[in-house]
Write a protein that binds this ligand. Structure first.
Ligand code: CAA
Length: 259
């Protein structure tokens, strides 16, 4: 059996490719487990400084949770799956390195939700995104209702969740769901360039920024600003801050070590 997750290293960038192209990379139990353990490993590996997540084949990033695996389960198993999906998304969100979703085709249901758990979404111009769960008489059970509302506001989230309509990459870009579009044939190149740029930045600053943005999304303003002040202070305890500012003053590129 071929591996469900292809892992590649390109310098300090790790690329993870969900590899079930015949099922449009649908998320089954094996893919979820592989993703969770990959992000746990990446979190602990200092040599990895940015991550790309994409799907194999020409058609899809991920076309959702595996409907065939789910068709006959009951409510208890459904809840367990929703919780298991959350642990994958948590592993991505808590990974201190920036994670870019390279959306190379359909990003539907659980696939859209997986992309929403990433830090940055870059889409091929022919990609299509949506939460079509309602058409299966279920709902987005992998954080889609909350994450999409946080990202684009309740009106758009309601329209997409309740209709199950798919939107074009261009529309997703207009809504701020994806931050960059690339011609299909250039997507890998554009995403790798972005990942390499992020990988050259300070791992200390990137980790603090991720953490503070997560707090800001969930806390009241005072708590968020208090967390921001602490993270700001923490950066000044690291060699990277001294290096970053010295490099600016000396008009040379900075070399960040994560120390
Ligand atoms: N689960 C399992 N298999 C899937 C799948 C999925 N989510 N999406 C596609 N496939 C399989 C198809 O069954 C088909 O397999 P067979 O060749 O064995 O029949 C293969 O992938 C190719 O798919 P299609 O023939 O359907 O390709 P298409 O180009 O005609 O259509 C598509 C593409 C519009 C994406 C269509 O496949 C589709 O609608 N897929 C389902 C999308 C969906 O409903 N996703 C939400 C799933 S539920 C969910 O994600 C719950 C959650 O919140 C966690």
């Amino acid at each position: 059996m071929s591996e469900v997750l292809i892992v590649e290293r390109i310098g300090a960038v790790e690329r993870l490719t969900i590899n079930r192209p015949d099922a449009l990379n649908a998320l089954n139990t094996a893919v979820r487990a592989a993703l969770k353990s990959a992000f746990e490993r990446i979190t602990a590996d200092e040599s990895i400084r940015a991550v790309i997540l994409t799907g194999a084949g020409e058609k899809a990033f991920v076309a959702g949770a595996d409907i065939k695996e789910m068709a006959n389960i009951g409510p208890r198993e459904a809840e367990a799956r929703s919780r298991a999906t959350k642990t994958v998304h948590d592993a991505i969100a808590r990974c201190p390195k920036p994670v870019i979703a390279a959306i190379n085709g359909f990003a539907l249901g659980g696939g859209f939700e997986l992309a929403l758990a990433c830090d940055i979404r870059i889409a091929a111009d022919n990609a299509r995104l949506g939460l079509p769960e309602v058409k299966l008489a279920i709902l987005p059970g992998g954080g889609g209702t909350a994450r999409l509302s946080n990202l684009v506001g309740p009106a758009i989230a309601r329209a997409l969740c309740l209709s199950g309509d798919l939107i074009s990459a261009e529309r997703a870009f207009q809504l701020g769901i994806v931050t960059e579009l690339a011609p299909k044939e250039l997507l890998d190149e554009v995403v790798l360039k972005k990942a390499e740029t992020l990988a050259a930045l300070s791992p200390v600053a990137l980790a603090q920024i991720k953490s503070v943005l997560d707090i800001a999304a969930n806390a009241d303003l005072d708590s968020a600003l208090a967390a921001e002040a602490k993270a700001f202070a923490l950066c000044f305890a690291a060699e990277d801050q001294k290096e970053g500012m010295a490099a600016f003053i000396e008009k040379r590129p900075a070399r960040f070590t994560g120390r």
